[in-house]
Ligand binder design. Structure first.
Ligand code: ATP
Ligand code: MG
Length: 535
């Protein structure tokens, strides 16, 4: 969607959104491509790698769409997709879109409560899943009256319809439902970092809305020879609409693989072996990779682009990234409701370490006050995005109050604070509710964490405000030490002096607690809420 340009301003000036009135994600991502072209490179543990072509995706998604319609599902019904990164997951999404259903991706690590909450909240009529997840569904099925059809992709199982049996019988011809670009296509639940997760309802156009945000930080993706991979699960917006669907839209193959446990050394080997050229690697994955020496396999990587986001990347992964991947990691920013709206493209504009980049062409992003007025450069306020914007969600499912509260006039409030400098670069401050108020100062935890990570003994750090009788809140750091470092009062004092020296005397953590592990969401974000509760 972006035409490579020499400067950022030229790129913005030349940009228009080519959004047709009628548009269907399912048709777009497979039916238009040459049928013999590889679409998914499916790596299977202990077995040969399997290639699925665009023709395979078309045939299989048509079959599944026929199965779903024959089971009585009708336009607008919700279908849960509770599967890991796998070809069937892609097929289920494509089939749902072609059949005019609303796909609801669900993460396989969810427990019974999380699944009951989400399947109940969206009133799913069908679910595509596998043997590994069926016991959890069996335990909650009584409490999910809308759920009519459960398809199990890996063999017959009690309480489920066998996917392969019904697929074999189904016709591979299907006339896709004629959807408007604005018709609902999927519900993605937010990570639930700050409260109960909300179901963001997105229209078919959301995929087109994502394209500049994928193309920009990936050096004008796609380029000849590109092959995209992410360790993020496709149940999250970052895996599904930053990687899988945009890649298929462009006819670029996706490596399909997600390890049960992220292992940095295996990751280097995987990238080298499959010739991965483009990656979305969340900051946590990068930090884990940095902890191990680059393996011989890692040295054989031939990477063209690495983008990261979802959390602050911080300034000090950039040099490591350059020496490890041979490219600059381009950070981007967005959220489930309105994704990929800010980003870096190091080839076009030098990165300012610590900044998330500039508004991505096509999006109007500004820093506004609580009344909706734009703030001058350098001032901290709400990061906001102007509507209409094709990447923006339609509404929170069944929650008009939350939808209303998300906007001031035509500005969508991200709930994050930040500032924009004179040259347009946006600097992340923190989540509104993560901001620490201490002795009259407003302290963003990200900056303090970034500083802590520069200390030799620190592997991971999370900073929160805890109640303090004098200062309202005191800055507290939870620290996971690097291997070899031993917790002690002396080390705590040394780390405190380090922050005072490196960052600011008023921002240093007055309290330090060494812990073995940080509580993380399933998307690998630090759950500061939980740490705050711990005090
Ligand atoms: P919930 O809304 O349920 O609390 P969540 O906000 O964590 O969950 P997501 O939509 O997955 O769910 O995450 C979006 C948020 O992640 C953003 O609002 C922002 O706080 C954070 N984020 C995304 N990209 C970046 C980035 N580059 N730097 C810092 N934070 C980021
Ligand atoms: Mg959020």
């Amino acid at each position: 969607m972006l035409t490579p340009a020499d400067t950022y301003s030229q790129l913005c000036r030349d940009f228009t959104w080519p959004i047709p009135d009628r548009y269907n994600i399912g048709v777009d991502v497979c039916d238009k491509h040459p049928s013999a072209k590889p679409a998914l490179i499916h790596k299977r543990d202990g077995q040969d790698t399997q290639v699925y072509t665009f023709g395979d995706l078309k045939r299989l998604s048509n079959k599944l769409a026929n199965v779903l319609i024959a089971s009585g599902l009708t336009r607008g019904d919700r279908i849960g997709i509770l599967l890991p990164q796998a070809p069937e997951t892609a097929v289920a999404h494509i089939a749902a879109y072609k059949a005019g259903l609303i796909a609801t991706p669900l993460f396989t690590l969810f427990g019974e409560d999380a699944l009951e909450y989400r399947l109940g909240a969206c009133g799913a009529a069908a679910l595509v899943t596998d043997q590994a997840s069926l016991p959890k569904i069996a335990a909650i099925r009584d409490r999910l009256p809308s759920l009519k059809l459960i398809l199990c992709i890996d063999g017959p199982a009690d309480g489920a319809t066998d996917y392969h049996t019904v697929m074999e019988k189904a016709s591979d011809a299907f006339a896709p439902v004629d959807t408007a670009a604005d018709d609902p296509a999927l519900i993605i639940f937010t990570s639930g970092t700050t409260g109960p997760p909300k179901g963001a309802l997105h229209a078919h156009r959301v995929l087109l809305g994502h394209l500049p945000g994928v193309e920009y930080p990936h050096g004008f993706f796609p380029q000849p020879g590109d092959l995209y991979w992410t360790p993020a699960d496709w149940a999250w917006i970052g895996g599904l609409i930053d990687v899988l669907l945009p890649s298929l839209h462009h006819g670029i193959p996706v490596l399909t693989y997600r390890a049960a446990k992220f292992d940095p050394e295996e990751t280097y080997a995987l990238i080298a072996e499959h010739g991965v050229r483009n990656m979305f690697l969340p900051p946590t994955a990068l930090k884990l990779m940095r902890q191990v020496p680059l393996t011989a396999a890692g040295k054989a990587m031939n990477v063209r682009s690495v983008a990261s986001g979802g959390e602050s990347l911080g300034a000090n992964l950039l040099d490591w990234g350059r020496s490890t991947f041979g490219v600059t990691i381009n950070e981007f920013y967005g959220q489930t409701e309105c994704n990929l709206v800010v980003g870096n493209n190091a080839d076009l504009d030098p990165i300012r370490p610590g900044s998330m980049g500039k508004p991505i062409p096509g999006h109007r992003v500004a820093i506004i006050d609580d009344e909706g007025n734009a703030l001058p450069a350098g001032e901290t306020g709400n990061i906001a995005v102007h509507r209409p914007d094709p990447v923006m969600f339609l509404e929170y499912w069944n929650n008009p109050d939350a939808t209303r509260e998300k906007f001031i006039g035509d500005w969508l409030l991200t709930g994050d604070t930040g500032s924009q400098d004179e040259d347009g670069y946006i600097w992340y401050g923190g989540r509104n509710d993560d901001v620490i108020t201490s002795a009259g100062y407003r302290i963003g935890p990200g900056e303090v964490e970034d500083c802590l990570l520069k200390h030799d003994a620190v592997a991971l750090a999370a900073v929160v405000g805890v109640p303090d009788p004098v200062r309202t809140e005191a800055v507290k750091a939870f620290i996971v030490l690097r291997e070899g470092a031993k917790p002690s009062d002396a080390l705590a004092t040394e780390i405190q002096s380090f922050v005072k020296r490196q960052l600011a005397a008023h921002e240093y953590p007055r309290l330090i607690e060494f812990i073995d592990e940080l509580p993380m969401t399933t998307t690998g974000k630090i759950m500061r809420r939980e740490l705050r509760a711990r005090g």
